[in-house]
Design a protein around this ligand. Structure first.
Ligand code: ADP
Ligand code: ASP
Ligand code: MG
Length: 406
């Protein structure tokens, strides 16, 4: 009996070796046997993407982004073909596609391309033949047929976008944890699995460092209301449902603590305190496609001030180069960098209607003898930049303070 269509995504750790690929094949075949149509998205094996990046950097410090996409997309081509073979071996028909063959058309921003359209004709044709369709995650192609990638963790986005486009009944994200936890379980073993979480909270947690889901995939899921089930590829347990609304018996103020180790801080010293100077600094950065995150400008003394901001570690070399040249032209002083910082954040929709969370957070960090270097807030989160050596202890102390293990 036909049961509907499921999009399943298996992350790198779920296909890290041959045994695991066989395990995924069994799981996929089980769903097929029970009557589902299946589109399966796979990431590159284990740490392949990191290894390919390292390889490129051995050749050149700042690789051309088009060539980087050409290189990185090979990782997922390996896993889709191997999974198709493993499924064949179990007696089922499977066909593997690259992103381009799967009809994923993107813009031309290499290494962080956006999907502009998905032409699902080829996928649907194969599904009608009764085949399991396996699509390489994390990649697409421009209208000009140049290969692009969708940003780190981009296979999540491939899965969500395909689920939306194919009107799938479910989008299942299989990973190496049982679901979304109140903190990264590798850092806080007492972290608890969350059964239901809203798109808004998940988006905030993902943007602030919870790598379990790519932030942009949640943006798309929210926009098109695609329900997501995050679960383990190593167990049959129910995981976490990510939904528009979650009914809770009691309002939760803080739902999770996150840690982001991927930012670096840049400080421009002795910036002349006059209109237009900040605009100059940040215009050049944004013009080069560099995303600036937290910004702090100190109180001006003697008509000079320091401006600090954070950028992703991947952009830090370019950002420093650009900032040094702007600093020179506006008569500012030294440009300093600090790559030994992290961002620790607390997230929760309940913060909209409760006060005292910031005070409690700062109190915990103070007790932990941790200096706060920068602070930023949103409707549903508070973040502090602190030194890296305090990262893990800060996460655990905040987890305890907000009683997340209960
Ligand atoms: P995949 O290879 O399946 O895409 P990722 O490594 O991208 O997996 O994401 C899973 C990892 O995310 C987990 O192993 C876990 O350490 C980490 N993680 C960080 N924050 C959280 C969180 N709040 N809940 C669950 N996992 C988290
Ligand atoms: N392989 C890619 C990465 O490591 C995409 C993904 O895993 O989702 O970022
Ligand atoms: Mg991932």
């Amino acid at each position: 009996m036909k049961k509907g269509l499921i999009v399943q995504k298996f992350g790198g750790s779920s296909v890290a070796n041959v045994e695991r690929i066989k395990n995924v094949a069994k799981r996929v075949a089980g769903y097929k046997k029970s009557g589902y149509d299946l589109v399966v998205v796979v990431s590159a094996l284990g740490d392949t993407t990191d290894e390919l990046i390292e390889l490129a950097h051995k050749v050149i410090l700042e690789p051309p982004e088009r060539e980087m996409d050409m290189l990185l997309s090979t990782g997922e081509q390996i896993s889709v073909s191997l999974l198709a073979m493993a499924i064949y071996k179990l007696g089922f028909e499977a066909v593997s596609f690259t992103g381009a063959q799967g009809g994923i058309i993107t813009d031309t921003s290499h290494t962080k391309a956006r999907i502009i359209e998905i032409n699902t004709d080829k996928i649907k044709k194969e599904l009608r033949k009764g085949r399991i369709v396996i699509v390489a995650g994390f990649q697409g192609a421009t209208l000009n047929q140049d290969i692009t990638t969708l940003g780190r963790g981009g296979s999540d986005l491939t899965a969500v976008a395909l689920a939306k486009e194919l009107r799938a009944d479910e989008c299942q994200i299989y990973t190496d944890v049982d679901g979304i936890y109140t903190a990264d379980p590798r850092i806080e073993p007492k972290a608890k699995k969350i059964d239901f979480i809203t798109y808004d909270e998940m988006l905030e947690m993902a943007s602030l460092g919870a790598q379990v889901m790519q932030a942009r995939s949640i943006e798309v899921a929210k926009k098109f209301n695609v329900p997501i089930h995050v679960r383990s590829s190593f167990s049959r347990l129910c995981g976490t449902m990510i939904l528009k609304e979650v009914k809770r018996m009691e309002e939760v103020v803080v739902s999770g603590v996150t840690l982001n180790k991927n930012e670096a801080k840049i400080t421009v010293c002795n910036v002349p305190d006059r209109p237009g100077v900040a605009a100059r600094i940040f215009k050049d950065l944004s013009g080069s496609g560099i995303n600036v995150d937290m910004i702090v400008q100190n109180v001006s003394h003697l008509r000079q001030t320091d401006i600090s901001f954070t950028v992703s570690k991947a952009d830090v070399l370019r950002a420093i180069k650009l900032t040094r040249s702007v600093a020179k032209s506006i008569g500012a002083g030294e440009v300093l960098e600090d790559q030994d910082i992290v961002r620790v954040s607390v997230v929760g929709v309940g913060m909209k209607s409760h006060h005292g969370v910031a005070a409690a957070m700062f109190g915990v960090l103070a007790k932990n003898k941790t200096n706060i270097e920068m602070i930023s807030t949103s409707d549903i989160s508070i973040s502090c930049i602190i030194q890296r050596k305090f990262a893990e202890s800060a996460v655990r102390a905040l987890h305890e303070k907000f009683k997340l293990a209960k």
